[in-house]
Design a protein around this ligand. Structure first.
Ligand code: CAO
Length: 326
């Protein structure tokens, strides 16, 4: 294949990289041309020919290897994100260690896994925790439900959380936004997504224009959407357009958690199980119903001080719900 000549410049590069080995790369002019045409830096290719001569086949192998390693990285949900040089996912034969069962992942699980992985790697997120004293709110809610026992609609804590979150979003508009390059898109609407745990996986239906709705309407709508979600009957437009998301886990338990921001939103609130705790009222400990809150925010948009203002305000609203009307 043509006359073998040393590739200009390569020798210096080699001397830097493999000091003292005296190695040289050799490639004929047609091979160098071939590499240039394919955009391959020839100094990265190992030669398999005589005295390490680089052949066209070596260049083809190099391209094949690069493509394979890129594909294996992208199957681990980093597709579309450049700059990651991750190890391939461990391939283990688990049957060597014991009995196993293979289970197909649902469509919802596959879609949310890909979204969660992207959001996890792309958003520099910080989670802030706080406690809300919901003693009075729960008393009020219980009284409302007692008064309206015959109503089909039960007033839920979730409805109050959604309403309070919107009041906090109004006070701190950057929480109701999306990042678009160097600009922030501030939304003048208040559409709230809420996570629903369904047999097929996690879905997030959206209540639109919460600012225009009362607690009863929100409770009715969340119950209706949660039912549709569990029956697998949600339409795609019922899961679109959220400007903030709430994950209410209080019916299940838990103290705190660190939810993943639901891009392109910039913040998400998770709520765990409230419990009676002793609270110092200045002269004695009194039993109060305390609800743990965890808010994760995109630090590119929301600094820690602002995040703490938001969670503090939210706890104040939940502590005295009359403030939501202000
Ligand atoms: N503290 C204590 N009790 C709570 C509570 C809280 N923070 N939140 C709800 N509860 C109670 C309710 O009062 C209710 O009790 P009663 O029946 O005695 O009134 C009970 O828990 C059941 O509530 P629920 O969770 O079924 O209903 P909800 O309106 O509170 O929530 C929904 C509805 C759809 C949010 C919830 O069913 C659900 O799916 N939550 C899971 C969300 C999820 O999966 N998040 C994870 C996302 S990220 O992986």
């Amino acid at each position: 294949m043509g006359i073998e000549i040393a590739f200009p410049g390569v020798e210096n590069l080699l001397e830097r990289d493999q000091a003292g080995t005296g190695s040289r790369f050799w490639a004929g002019p047609s091979t160098r041309k071939y590499a240039r045409e394919l955009g391959v830096e020839i100094q990265q290719v190992s030669g398999s020919g005589q005295r390490g001569r680089i052949t066209k086949e070596d260049i083809q192998q190099f391209i094949k290897h690069s493509m394979l390693s890129r594909a294996s990285t992208s199957t681990q949900s980093t597709q579309g994100i450049s700059g990651f040089d991750l190890l391939p996912w461990p391939k283990v034969d688990f049957t060597k260690f014991g009995e196993i069962e293979r289970q197909a992942r649902s469509r919802i699980q596959k879609v949310s896994a890909a979204n969660l992985a992207r959001n996890w790697v792309m958003i520099p997120a910080v989670t802030y925790h706080d406690d809300a004293d919901i003693t009075d709110l729960e008393e009020f809610r219980a009284a409302l439900n007692q008064e309206n026992k015959k109503d089909a609609v039960k007033i839920t804590l979730l409805a109050f959380l959604i309403k309070a979150a919107v009041a906090a979003l109004k006070k701190y508009p950057s929480f109701n936004s999306s990042l678009d390059g160097d600009e922030l898109i501030l939304k003048k609407y208040f559409h709230i997504g809420f996570a629903v745990d369904t047999p097929g996986g996690l879905v997030v239906p959206v209540i639109r224009n919460v600012n225009q709705k009362g607690i009863r309407e929100i409770a009715e709508e969340t119950a209706g959407l949660a039912l549709l979600a569990r029956e697998g009957k949600l339409k795609s437009d019922q899961m679109q357009g959220a400007s903030f998301t709430i994950s209410s886990l209080g019916g299940i338990g838990g103290t705190y958690c660190a939810p993943i921001v639901n891009a392109p939103e910039v913040a998400i609130l998770a709520v765990n199980k409230s419990a009676i705790k002793p609270v110092w009222d200045g002269s004695q400990f009194v039993p109060r119903l305390i609800c743990p809150l965890s808010m994760t925010a995109d630090h590119r948009v929301i600094d820690g001080a602002l995040a703490t203002h938001f969670t503090t305000y939210l706890t104040q609203l939940l502590g005295d719900f009359r403030k939501v009307m202000l």
